[in-house]
Ligand binder design. Structure first.
Ligand code: SAM
Length: 291
């Protein structure tokens, strides 16, 4: 290797390693054990512009902050050591923290989707309105929709019994027992017709075979005029971001589609007005269509 190739690698490696260590510092500071490691971690955060009071004033618990900061590190370490960490292997705190992050989806939906489709907003406000939340996880996203739309009943389905137990807690804590139903079910086995006004399908978390069959079954499960909303990676950013999104989606066993592929898929299923919506930077891509 020449000097130039060594320095061409050294600079990015140094930068990326810095990011990994900053995340580790955040996890350690949140864990907060007594000792010099925690002090040093707090110094890193302070110098990086994340002082201790930022952690204390976060709506997340320290355990959730630790889980969020370490999720990517544990996943990548697992990939490299052959001891892969799946979604199911994470702690309850990690699942809750990630679920809580997806809980803001309902607010985003109200802000960025409903204004484009006022009829849908009116439909979701009608008594008897129903939503399907695929991959409901700890139920935060579904609960967020039920809270944002007080007439809406939500059916959350997931393939993991353990997350459904956590989702039961979310439902009970939010007092949504009357309006949120949870089911152990693979979206590829969904067998309902004409019952939902809105369906959410997060491509990055659903394996490709289940996704392809699931979207077909969702199309049938919608009421006429109902909307399917596919969440997907945004593969239109800087090339490195797009390539990372693909890598992460494959590593997590999901479906790496973008807005154009989602639009084609929904159109092939004879759903109408398929369109990828504008979402803010950092938010997932969303492609919608109507039955
Ligand atoms: C990132 S989590 C969703 C988080 C969720 N929005 C929340 O509020 O907690 C993705 C979920 O999709 C579920 N999942 C994966 N494949 C599925 C399938 N074929 N059918 C239904 N759920 C599936 C996983 O078990 C996992 O719980």
């Amino acid at each position: 290797m020449t000097d130039t190739t060594i320095s061409a690698l050294a600079d990015p490696v140094r930068e990326w390693e810095r990011g990994a260590w900053c995340l580790a510092a955040l996890a350690l500071a949140a864990r907060g054990e007594a000792g010099s490691l925690t002090h040093a971690a707090r110094d890193v955060l302070e110098a990086a512009g994340v002082p201790e009071h930022t952690l204390a004033s976060s709506p997340l618990t320290p355990a959730q902050i630790e889980a969020l900061a370490s999720a990517g590190l544990l996943k990548t370490a697992g990939l490299l050591t052959g001891r892969d960490v799946s979604w199911a292997d994470q702690s309850d705190d990690a699942l809750r923290a990630q679920g809580q992050a997806s809980g803001i989806a309902a607010a985003m939906f109200a802000q960025f989707v409903v204004p484009n489709y006022p009829e849908l907003g009116a439909r979701l406000a009608q008594p008897g309105a129903r939503m399907l939340d695929v991959g409901t996880g700890v139920g935060a996203l579904g609960a967020g929709f039920a809270i944002a739309f007080p007439a809406l009943s939500v059916t959350g389905i997931d393939v993991m019994p353990r997350v459904l137990e956590l989702a039961q807690q979310t439902v009970a804590e939010a007092g949504l027992q009357e309006r949120m139903e949870l089911r152990l079910q693979d979206v590829a086995a969904l067998d309902e017709e004409g019952v939902y006004d809105l369906a959410w399908l997060p491509a990055p978390f659903v394996p490709e075979r289940a996704f392809t069959e699931g979207v077909r079954r969702i199309a049938r499960a919608l009421r006429p005029g109902g909307m399917v909303m596919i969440g997907h990676g945004r593969l239109e950013g800087p090339p490195v971001d797009d390539a990372l999104t693909r890598l992460q989606t494959i590593a997590y066993g999901g479906t790496p589609i973008d807005g154009a592929a989602a639009t084609d898929l929904l159109t092939e299923l004879r759903l109408g007005d398929a369109k990828t919506l504008q979402t803010p930077p950092g938010a997932p891509g969303i492609t919608v269509a109507f039955r």
